[in-house]
Design a protein around this ligand. Structure first.
Ligand SMILES: Cc1cc2nc3c(=O)[nH]c(=O)nc-3n(C[C@H](O)[C@H](O)[C@H](O)COP(=O)(O)OP(=O)(O)OC[C@H]3O[C@@H](n4cnc5c(N)ncnc54)[C@H](O)[C@@H]3O)c2cc1C
Length: 552
């Protein structure tokens, strides 16, 4: 690596370079179940540094095929896409600035944590924030095409990024944004790498137009594959390469700046909480609830609830003493509720509005319709008490359950391998019991939480990954769940993306022809294969499986 460091210096790289064992250990993991140890970690200070890194690897790749670059922002990726055996480019350390905001448009560097971004944009918010909102960065959100509790109402990140600055494989930063046909023609006339990318991509999406449009998964959220179906619209004449970069997990190049479209924060919100003892009613219930057009519709299972109760003291650390005491007091009625029997599923249906009255009316209307189900409702003004209030405890359990699993259960490791599938709610009555049978068959100790309104579920088993018997369950269990999801026309990932874990299944989901187009896309953007190898369409299960971590 000394030679690479020298080369970086010669290319006027001004950022940090670190290959100490502690650093390499730390960057060997993200939030996935995989381990890949890098050889060097660099932290660019500006876009010129990112360009320099790409050029250095580009120049050497022919003679050193093992060289590659993997971007990392906050490193909370659950699919194993923020780790690599070569060079990690850390965007979080320096490229983390909020640049500007003008009403509902904000510009930021990719490494900025969402929680800090959110403080800047007071009257507005980036609505696609994930459950990892306290940990992740806005760059990770773009590159995973993240979604979360508000996606039911607002959709995912792909809808909120009108413009990007992007370092292409030739080591040049350029602006990428939607183009009219005339602008596209100009780009395609360019005699440089960018011109070639536009020419080849246009040819690819135009030639296979109908096949690509047809391949778009028929679910409300999807993070698998490359978003080719959103690139070219013959009706509007708009050609938009941002759409294939969003969700590409840094396999096509590096985002150095992102422009975000924000939505106004709603003044009031209220939550209807449903405690379900009979999970078989889910299928009838979900469509009924969706008819009322809630802004969020989330849920978690009895294991998550039990875990939250068991590790209640951990919330003390997360919240501080005053909020923690408030949380305990607010839990008293729920304690009474639980005495009547432990629910199998807790569902949270949230409504927004401009007045408390409006929210109250929406909640009452749904409550009335669901009067046969044990339900109760709570209102709190989101504007006045954004992190407190009576409903906050449910949000805490929903958002923090995975973090609790990761940090509290020391003899087992979270194994996200069926962590993010989507099945349209209409199929859930049939799908859910079959899913539970697979979980039981493999004796998986797993929490289930998710975005009920989208049919997007997060199942995170706890396993002893160093134990051969537990490891041996992963592949067959994953195969059965994925096959079931696809049988119900679902997607294998609604938000967490492909990485090492789902990349190998793309062919099963999309078929050979579409995967060929995904690979051609990668080839067009990254002809030498320098960006984040073995992820997404470039992944294979033997490689991924051989890098499941066995120590933690
Ligand atoms: C507790 C928990 C809950 C989660 N809940 C959700 C959820 O509700 N919804 C959801 O979508 N995800 C969720 N995730 C997954 C993850 O947190 C999100 O996808 C998040 O947006 C990733 O952000 P990050 O900054 O950590 O990205 P990283 O992990 O650093 O990177 C994610 C991917 O983007 C690439 N990348 C990062 N920066 C750049 C860049 N500048 N240029 C090019 N590529 C780049 C990386 O190479 C990697 O492939 C959760 C994770 C955890 C641990």
């Amino acid at each position: 690596m000394e030679e690479i460091k020298q080369a970086l210096k010669q290319h006027k790289f001004t950022g940090d370079m670190d290959d100490s064992p502690e650093t390499l250990d730390f960057y060997s993991h993200d939030a996935s179940m995989f381990e890949l140890r890098p050889t060097l970690v660099i932290a660019p200070k500006n876009a010129k540094d990112v360009e320099a890194a790409v050029r250095v690897v580009n120049e050497r790749k022919k003679h050193q095929p093992e060289l590659s670059l993997t971007a990392r922002s906050a490193g909370t990726d659950m699919s194993g896409a923020a780790i690599n055996t070569s060079i990690i480019v850390d965007f979080n350390k320096h490229l983390n600035k909020f640049i500007k905001q003008d009403e509902d448009i904000a510009v930021a560097q990719p490494g900025l944590l969402f929680r800090d971004f959110d403080k800047y944009t007071s009257d507005y918010m980036l609505a696609s924030y994930p459950a990892s909102r306290d940990l992740c960065s806005v760059g990770g959100m773009v590159n995973n095409n993240s979604g979360g509790e508000r996606s039911l109402e607002f959709g995912k990140t792909e809808k909120y990024v009108p413009e990007l600055k992007f370092v292409f494989a030739d080591g040049v930063e350029r602006v990428v944004k939607p183009l009219t046909r005339e602008q596209l023609n100009k780009k395609m006339d360019q005699d440089d790498f960018e011109g070639k990318v536009y020419r080849d991509m246009f040819e690819l999406v135009d030639k296979h137009y109908h096949q690509i449009k047809k391949a778009k998964p028929k679910v409300s959220k999807n993070s698998t594959g490359y978003n080719l179906w959103n690139v070219w619209d013959r009706d509007t004449g708009i050609f938009d390469l941002t759409q294939v970069i969003i969700g590409a997990q840094g396999t096509l190049g590096f985002v150095t700046e992102a422009t975000f479209k924000l939505v106004p924060r709603r003044k009031h919100s209220g939550l209807l909480v449903l405690f379900m003892r009979d999970i078989n009613k889910l299928g009838d219930l979900i469509p009924k609830i969706l008819e009322h057009k809630p802004s969020t519709f989330e849920g978690f299972d009895d294991q998550t609830l039990w875990l939250s109760i068991r590790f209640m003291p951990s919330f003390f650390k997360m919240l501080g003493p005053i909020k923690f005491i408030k949380l305990l007091i607010s839990l008293i009625p729920d304690g009474l509720q639980l005495l009547r029997g432990f629910p199998k599923l807790v569902m949270m249906v949230e409504f927004n509005g401009d007045s408390e009255e409006e929210v109250r009316n929406k909640i009452r209307a749904l409550h009335k319709e669901l009067s046969h189900v044990k339900a109760r409702y709570e209102i709190n003004g989101f504007e006045e008490t954004p992190t407190e209030g009576a409903s906050e405890k449910f949000w805490l359990m929903r958002r923090k359950s995975f973090q609790l699993l990761r940090s509290k259960v020391h003899d087992k490791h979270t194994a996200p391998f069926i962590d993010d599938f989507v099945v349209n709610p209409e199929y859930l009555p049939e799908f859910f019991p079959k899913l539970r049978r697979i979980i039981k068959k493999y004796k998986l100790f797993a929490t289930i939480a998710g975005h009920m309104g989208d049919g997007n579920f997060h199942i995170i088993p706890l396993m002893k990954l160093e134990d051969k018997r537990d490891r041996a369950k992963i592949l067959p269990a994953m195969k059965e769940v994925n096959t079931l999801v696809l049988k119900y026309k679902g997607s294998l990932s609604g938000e967490h993306n492909d990485g090492l874990v789902r990349g190998p299944w793309l062919e099963q989901m999309y078929g050979k022809e579409m995967v060929k187009l995904f690979r051609e896309t990668k080839q067009i953007f990254d002809p030498q294969g320098i960006f984040n190898p073995r992820k997404k369409a470039d992944a294979d299960w033997d490689y991924s499986f051989s890098h499941i971590r066995d120590r933690y």
